[in-house]
Ligand binder design. Sequence first.
Ligand code: ATP
Ligand code: MG
Length: 874
Amino acid sequence: MKELTGNEIRDLFIEFFKGKDHMVEPSAPLVPIDDDSLLWINSGVATLKKYFDGRITPENPRIVNAQKSIRTNDIENVGFTARHHTFFEMLGNFSIGDYFKKESIALAWEFLTSEEWMALDESLLYITVHPEDMDAYNIWRDEIGLSEDRIIRIEGNFWDIGEGPCGPNSEIFYDRGPDYEYGAPAEEMYPGGENERYLEIWNLVFSEFNHNSDGTYTPLPKKNIDTGMGLERMASIVQNVPTNFDTDLFTPLIKKIEEVSGKAYGEDDARDAAFKVISDHIRTVSFAIGDGALPSNEGRGYVLRRLLRRAVRFSKELGINEAFMFSLVDTVADIMEDFYPNVKEKSDFIKEVVRKEEERFLSTLDEGIRIYESFRASVKDTTGVISGEDAFKLYDTYGFPYELTKEYAENDGLTVDEAGFMEEMKKQRERARSARKAGESMQVQSKTLADFTAPSTFTGYSSMSEEAELLLIAKDDEALDSYDGEETVELIFDRTPFYAVSGGQIADTGVIRNDTAEIHVEGVYKGPNNQNVHIARIVSGAVEAGETYRLHVNEEKRRFIVKNHSATHLMHQALKDTVGEHANQAGSLVEAERLRFDFSHLNPLTEEEIRTIEDAVNERIYEGLDVRISEMPIEEAREKGAMALFGEKYGDVVRVVDMEEYSVELCGGIHVVNTSDIGLFKIVSETGIGAGIRRIEAVTSRYAVEYYKEKEGLIEEVASSLKVKEENITKKITQLYDERAALKQEIKELKSASAKEKLSDLKDIKQEVGGVELIATEVDAKNAKELRSVMDDVKSANQDAVIALGSASDGKVSLVVTVPKELTDQFKAGEIMKGMAERVGGKGGGRPDMAQGGGTEPANLTKALQFVNEYINN
Ligand code: ATP
Ligand code: MG
């Protein structure tokens, strides 16, 4: 065994398989491209599905890659086993219908044991195979020469994820020796059991069946090999260290965490787990953000959020109480820079995202505590148990860790229904699993299209109609000689002007004719062997293989699609110039009526930024830039500074769309000849479609003019309802606003004047009778309620006075009397009211300090008020 760094192992692996005629497939981004079935790239094969299910035929059937992978189903293990990560690298060799079991086993063995390569001690390697896979068993025994006790048969060794290719697999284990038996029960102590002694390093999958949609298994037309070796595990073996976290892929991170926390690694198991969790999760998060994912409340973003929170939770174990994860990003970038420069390039952005998310979580913790307290309040004096559902809600909705809920409950003398919580967790996991199962499968191979290799030339860059021979009619995975039914069929011609959907540009539609038939093209896509496949419906006549047809693209629609595509390129550049280089394309759709463009950016664009982008694009349209399209080696394109779309895979020769160097992009789409053809560009909306992803929708040419016309109509409407000429609209509105403000002011002044008036009136009325302040007067009030409210005002300004108010309205008299509390020994409001009410022919009463009443003789109101005077005097 040699001592090798992680980087060296990766290099050697690739070099070894290159030497065996494999082509190198670059590591794809963690966020799957054109594959909605996967949340993350979780293995080397995940990015090669297109080859495995026959959608695309690779240039070379032997492939090698080092693929970054994320596996969240291993999360609970992370920190507690020596060998599990949420982010790790899988080194793999693949054969697409080329070599099979025998060679793949021989290759793996040679790489692991040969002196020139890994030089592992043969006697420490163990193998597992599927019990029915006698081929593999025999190869290991007879060709490699392993004794039978080192080949273990395990039922679970069958790789099957639902529809698509599947087959038995064979795993290679390395015996780390008896020192590694800690923690595992004796019955698990075998290669393939749950233990640390026999470490699984490599899995060889022999995919030889197709799992069909009806659940049956049939032999695959082309058998494949798919293997995966864990880089971190291999490093732990050749560096002879106890866990993956002690390899050079992790030690700089562990050191950095020691620095930040002031705590030492390697002294305490619980603390070490925290070191491991944090160093694992920051790798995952940094890489995922570097590849375009962002924390959010759903899907991928949710995974990132959970990982960050889990790490922050563990950081408490190290006594860290503030945002710190972001400070580890540079270390991740440094360790991985050689093979994955991406993290370093984007480190500022990544750090910013991580820091914000951490800070947010720290404040979420505060919120969680509040929610916890409300749960506590509702059970404290009753059951004394926080229900499983509530604990789960805290955990799931508020990101409040279960352990914390338990801790708080203990402090408060409460318990938590742990079984109930686990039950909720289980339900959640089942939901996740069934979601995964439903989506993880590949497409079933279409054998007809996969086998059909005759070329079809795309002529649509320069023409919109073509005479062509119909080479293939495919329906339900069969080739037909002719078809005249109502369902759609798939057609391949020797040449076609129809563009197949790709790079965001939608497919052309149009008609196909000959003297007897008319066929409508509803869609076009790229087949496995690169021909454009037309999805067609027969309107009249029939299609017949071998016949010649005239193919016509819908020209008008194409004209507008093309304008929008070129406008998209201009906008992409203008956007970067305006908000920064990080604004990468995250998806685009180019249709005839509009274009849609998604990009990574944290904040909404301001009005001013939108204006700047619009102006920049329109300037380029006025300038009339020539659009030059050429093919060149990828290296040359890079030198020209061509913008390559993130995650898109390009061949050695690429097509470069250059708009006089303002915008240079790799693109297979169709464009205008000169930017002036776009006519006009207008952004119609800018919205967020997920954390950190913004979406712009824009229109060009006719559709931009229509947009402006609509606005013009609106202005006309406004002008006519304001009854002014259009050019006077703003003047009129300002004038209306001014008038409104003046009116408001006037009302305010009037109100306060009249209130003052009333109060000052009353001041004159206040008298002193026998040393007591008295107000007895008639006021304006429509009814008793209004009278009471006047009383409130008067009273608040005359706290020490006896007050009697009366009002007359509609032949009725309302009366109210108040007496300050200090005077109620001497004067009783009820008595006063009684006397007053009698005088107006009515009744009244109340408390000593407040009484109400009324009568029916308004003419006697003055007498009633005079009675108050008399009462006090006596
Ligand atoms: P295990 O049983 O140890 O969890 P697995 O059977 O899930 O591994 P495979 O799907 O066969 O693993 O993946 C192939 C290889 O990738 C494994 O042999 C291992 O070296 C590596 N690997 C798989 N999962 C992880 C992980 N979570 N962390 C680190 N390496 C892993
Ligand atoms: Mg396995």
